[in-house]
Unconditional design. Structure first.
Length: 198
């Protein structure tokens, strides 16, 4: 647990530093050998999105249990490779799970899934909490923005960091809530990374 906490702290620092950096991804040819690529000084590589997500979710289980929240995880039985910085992806998932637990209801549910959808792998995190009002949805990615009447103790950077990390990875973020959904559903689509064309 100590190592996991240390990695999480490093992830938080790295993610916040993103706001001051201008790093970006290079395009990897589909059938080419993996070459080192960097965001700033951080190397990116192929990693299994399901493994990262599952380990991160396990880290948040005690916090979920403190509210008697049932957290489930589902993923394909085969590898779900993407090209990424694993530490930043951990931070992205941690922010989403932290929000889901914070704003989820007591005795509620959080469903965490990795979905194979054509040329992308989706992280899907859905809670059955109070949700986000329609007029708030357009503001939630702004830095330091906090939802009106929020019970959380954060500083309003969580979803801004999620959006920034997604942008760095050229991933698409979709949030459905308010009148369109019970609770909040977040989906982030990452382009698949094919190793040796497979």
């Amino acid at each position: 647990m100590q190592g996991t906490s240390r990695n999480y702290l490093l992830a938080a620092v790295a993610a916040i530093v993103l706001f001051a950096s201008g790093g970006a991804f290079g395009q990897a040819p589909a059938n080419a050998p993996v070459k080192p690529k960097f965001i700033g000084r951080r190397e990116i590589k192929n990693a299994d999105l399901s493994v990262i997500t599952k380990e991160c979710a396990k880290h948040w289980v005690p916090k979920a249990l403190s509210k008697n929240i049932n957290m489930t995880f589902d993923a394909p039985t085969y590898p779900t490779y993407i090209l990424c910085d694993e530490t930043l992806i951990w931070e992205l998932i941690s922010n989403l799970l932290s929000n889901a637990i914070c704003y989820g209801r007591y005795n509620g549910n959080i469903d965490v899934k990795i979905v194979d959808d054509k040329d992308v792998f989706l992280i899907s995190i859905k809670d059955d909490g109070v949700g986000i009002q329609d007029d708030e949805l357009q503001h939630i990615f702004k830095r330091f923005y906090r939802i009106s009447g929020s019970a959380g103790s954060g500083c309003g950077l969580g979803l801004a960091i999620v959006k920034e990390i997604a942008n760095i990875h050229k991933a698409n973020v979709t949030i459905i809530s308010g009148s369109f959904c019970e609770g909040t559903s977040v989906k982030i689509a990452f382009k698949k990374y094919f190793i040796n064309g497979t």
